[in-house]
Design a protein around this ligand. Structure first.
Ligand SMILES: Nc1ncnc2c1ncn2[C@@H]1O[C@H](COP(=O)(O)OP(=O)(O)OP(=O)(O)O)[C@@H](O)[C@H]1O
Ligand SMILES: [Mg+2]
Length: 285
């Protein structure tokens, strides 16, 4: 996060095959809903009365200038921050005071704006770390049924199988034993996505998954996000500055500015919204 209001990247930047603003998928009922969220840090109001919902199987974007409150909103959803006001519900069930592990156990996984990987550990072990959540619960369950250690070993091999599948899916087989810190930035972001996928989430919160990437890396990441959505059926909430990516990937977009929601609609609707143009996109959009 920086205090500078960066202009969004060129809306014409290529990301995926569908014509801009035309991508539509079959979305379902509301899966995740944030209502009247307010969050302050001392005198800084990060979020003021913000609400938005996410439908099942949707790719939903959150956009806005630097410091608008986008990451703070994801942090409220996944239990990193506790908002002073408002409610968040998953499948109609309101949760409050839960930490990020408890929210993850309900099926909400997260990647961070600044990579949170173990740089000295291999790709395989980093993605495996995303299985911890599943591992402990399933091991405990197994241990209650069967005290023999071989069960734990069998569990481990099942988890490895899931992780290997993710490595194949993300096309990073060649790097599976490489320490993450030695990989180019674009691949590190892909490993971070793999770590989140290892939790087998229903909802995936991605905080600027394409920041700092070149055009080719963005195209790859866009394709993986769409494949996750299509093949795993995962609902996705995405913070992104590149309007080309937002137009190509997302069903609906919520726009924040100074901690307030200033627009919500399809990519085409928000792109032509006067308040959004004034606050974020500028006249060239
Ligand atoms: N832990 C914190 N302590 C104090 N202030 C914070 C904290 N986290 C966020 N803020 C403040 O809340 C506001 C919103 O920050 P946030 O990181 O959510 O913005 P953002 O929209 O994600 O910005 P960016 O595009 O730069 O990532 C900013 O004014 C920021 O300085
Ligand atoms: Mg942010």
């Amino acid at each position: 996060m920086s205090a500078v209001h960066e202009p969004p990247a060129d809306a014409a930047a290529p990301a995926a095959a569908a014509p801009p603003g035309t991508r539509r998928r079959c979305t379902g009922e509301v899966l995740l809903e944030a209502k009247n969220i307010s969050l302050a840090f001392g005198g800084v109001r990060a979020l003021s009365d913000v609400g938005f919902d996410v439908r099942e199987h949707e790719v939903r974007a959150i956009i806005g200038p630097n410091g608008a409150g986008k990451s703070s909103l994801l942090n409220c959803i996944n239990g990193v921050y506790q908002p002073q006001q408002g409610t968040i519900a998953l499948r109609g069930r309101t949760y409050r005071g839960m930490n990020s592990r408890q929210v993850a156990e309900m099926g909400v996984a997260r990647t961070f704006q600044n990579l949170a990987l173990f740089k000295g550990m291999s790709v395989l072990d980093n993605i495996m770390s995303g299985r911890n959540l599943k591992m402990r619960t399933s091991l405990l369950r197994q241990a209650m049924r069967n005290p023999w250690f071989s069960v734990a070993e069998r569990e481990e091999s099942v988890h490895r199988e899931v992780v290997e599948h993710i490595i194949d899916f993300l096309e990073i087989q060649a790097h599976r034993k490489t320490p993450v810190g030695r990989l180019p930035y674009g691949l590190q972001k892909r490993v971070d996505l793999g770590r989140a996928l290892a939790m087998e989430p229903q909802v995936l919160l991605l905080d600027e998954p394409m920041a700092g990437m070149n055009v080719e890396e963005k195209q790859d990441m866009s394709r993986f996000i769409l494949d996750v959505n299509d093949e795993y059926g995962t609902t996705i909430v995405l913070i992104e500055h590149d309007m080309g990516v937002v137009m190509d990937l997302c069903d609906r977009v919520v726009v924040l500015d100074y901690g307030r929601r200033i627009a919500d609609g399809t990519p085409a609707e928000v792109q032509h919204d006067a308040a959004v143009i004034r606050a974020y996109l500028g006249t060239t959009a």
